[in-house]
Write a protein that binds this ligand. Structure first.
Ligand code: GLY
Length: 254
């Protein structure tokens, strides 16, 4: 489910066509976690169309959890992935435009930033998940967000539930949002309540007027929830019974 988004040139914050960093390099972060607690992740990966698949290879083929930068790319090439140019005409054009002012604005909002995050519950009732992003547009070279960090951008505990994040990774990292949500579900909160508490944790600690953080969560029973700082965060639920896009509730409603 994550791969088509990574390959979609129109999605400019994930994979192919993702906006580059301020040096003009597209760098990708992704992670994956299965129901047995296995995890794999890549950070600062370049020139590879499907970082989620490389993260899966890290999980399945190595004794490690995270591979980064050149090492992650070398591993991907050894695993048979192709090296590709991730720029599209559109992302190159926008970057050239950005360079005219090159205004470094290390905050991101709902327009220029997003992540594909996926939570899955299989027919035996086991949970898994993944997420993938090209991160914050025009970020500092070397910046890594929450998405490849287990517990921040994604966490799965097959006994309890799973959660994943989108938005400004720095806020998710500093509050370890996905792990927090799973722990809140462990203590009896519903997925919706847990997402709301995790978002409010960010709002209580940091100035969140102009930034977005959004979470989705699901428990063992398949109950789900979502919450965001800003309005405009939507998510899709697909099952045998439904395929529906929901608008998440948000702290700010405008
Ligand atoms: N949430 C994705 C990032 O901040 O990179």
């Amino acid at each position: 489910a994550i791969m088509p988004v990574e390959a979609d040139p129109k999605d400019m914050s994930v994979g192919y066509g993702g906006r580059p960093d301020r040096e003009g390099v597209v760098t990708l972060d992704a992670c994956i976690m299965d129901s047995e607690g296995n995890a794999g992740s890549v950070t600062f990966l370049q020139d590879i169309m499907h970082p989620i698949s490389v993260a899966r290879k890290v999980m399945e083929e190595t004794p490690h959890v995270i591979l980064s930068g050149d090492g992650a790319k070398q591993f991907a090439l050894e695993q048979g992935f192709d090296s590709v140019d991730l720029f599209t005409d559109q992302s190159r054009k926008e970057f050239k435009q950005w360079l005219k002012e090159a205004k470094y604005r290390p905050v991101s909002n709902i327009e220029n930033h997003d992540t594909i995050g996926l939570l899955a519950l299989d027919k035996e009732g086991h949970l898994s998940g993944g997420c993938s992003t090209s991160g914050m547009a025009y970020k500092l070279h070397g910046r890594v967000g929450d998405s490849p960090i287990i517990g921040a951008g994604l966490f799965v505990d097959d006994e309890i539930g799973a959660a994943t994040a989108t938005g400004v990774g720095e806020m998710v990292l500093k509050t370890l949002g996905s792990f927090l949500i799973v722990e809140l579900m462990r203590s009896g909160k519903s997925p919706q309540e847990a997402c709301e508490i995790a978002v409010k944790r960010v709002i209580d600690k940091y100035d969140c007027k102009d930034i977005q953080v959004g979470y989705i969560a699901m428990n063992k029973k398949g109950e789900f929830g979502a919450y965001a700082i800003q309005a405009g965060f939507s998510y899709t639920v697909t099952s045998a019974k439904m395929n529906e896009i929901f608008k998440a509730k948000s702290f700010f409603t405008q």
